[in-house]
Ligand binder design. Structure first.
Ligand code: NCD
Length: 311
């Protein structure tokens, strides 16, 4: 059993909860390789997937996780719902509660939306990303991916590179990595870092070259172009110079280092076109790139969460 019934942020999870989630994901990953990829575990449960913001991988990942556990699924996207007719979020939630669901999966563009809905409904909620606040299931699937690639995670060195200020992924990952004894360095220029002391105590570098041959995990963040109401970085050329992973930098990585990215990759910004193409073809590059493995692991981790909350 998890210590709480909702996962709004990483602070909701104790170390024991995290171990339980990771261990349960191990048993579900095996289901994904079966010919019939379905177990009856959550038969009779109804899960509502509410996405008030566009998403491909997180939405599909949660939905397939629910289906593989045989839960019934209500699928709601803001673009095709009565929100378009002016219905408020709370009215929408109320309507869906009337259908008698057991759990909400919520993505919303506003930070704090999941907490608000959780307080309002008292229902189990999994945060699938709320504004620039948190994305706890991404952090859990990232941790699980790291766990599958290294024998021991304590003491590993991770660099998180890029648009930290706008990144809910960075926020959740930093918290989770800290709990698990992973050492995190942030690589970002001052203009892409928050002005408060949120990340106080972490090592901060301004250029990827400073960490490239030192880390076990290079975690590239997506440039959150949609969250930048003012232009936060002078130019793509400038970004490429200090923050991007390109082919020549790739070959400086430490032996055994893995490259991760939550997706979707802005080709030519975080990672060069050339290297992305090589990752599709070349054995040596592909072996270090774990982006597809993150997607697969995401389904297993989300199955584990649904199972642990609902069963
Ligand atoms: C992340 C998100 O939406 O926050 N993507 C994802 O969930 N796969 C990261 C991102 O979009 O930058």
């Amino acid at each position: 059993m998890l210590s709480g019934k909702s996962i709004i942020g990483i602070d909701d999870l104790k170390k024991e909860d995290i171990d339980l989630i990771i261990n349960s994901a191990d048993s579900f990953i095996e289901v994904l390789d079966r010919k019939v990829k379905k177990v009856p575990t959550l038969r009779g449960n109804t899960v509502a997937s509410l996405f008030f913001e566009p998403s491909t991988r997180t939405k599909n990942s949660f939905e397939i996780a629910a289906k593989r556990l045989s839960a019934d699924l209500i699928n709601f996207s803001a673009s095709s719902s009565s929100l378009k007719k002016g219905e408020s979020v709370i009215d929408t939630i109320n309507t869906i509660m009337g259908i008698k669901v057991n759990l909400f999966i919520i993505r919303h563009p506003e930070a704090g939306a999941c907490k608000l809905i959780s307080d309002f409904t008292g229902m189990p909620i999994i945060n699938a990303g709320d504004g620039a606040h948190e994305h706890p299931t991404q952090a859990l699937l990232d941790l699980y991916t790291i766990k599958r690639n290294f024998k021991k995670i304590e003491g590993l060195k991770v660099a998180i590179v890029g648009d930290i200020i706008n990144s809910r992924v960075a926020r959740s990952n930093v918290k989770l990595f800290k709990k698990m004894g992973i050492e995190t360095t942030l690589v970002s220029p001052t203009m892409l870092l928050p002005e408060n002391n949120e990340y106080m105590g972490l090592e901060i570098k301004n250029s990827i070259s400073e960490v490239i041959d030192k880390v076990d995990v290079l975690y590239m963040l997506r440039m959150q172009l949609e969250r930048q109401d003012r232009k936060m970085y002078p130019s793509i050329e400038e970004y490429n110079k200090f923050l991007s992973l390109n082919t020549s930098r790739f070959f400086c990585l430490k032996k055994g280092c893995i490259v991760m990215h939550p997706g979707p990759v802005n080709r030519g910004i975080e990672i060069s076109e050339e290297l992305m193409d090589l990752a599709d073809k070349n054995g040596e590059v592909a072996k270090k790139f774990k982006i597809k493995q993150q997607v697969t692991n995401g389904v297993a981790v989300r199955m584990a969460l649904l199972y642990l909350i609902l069963s």
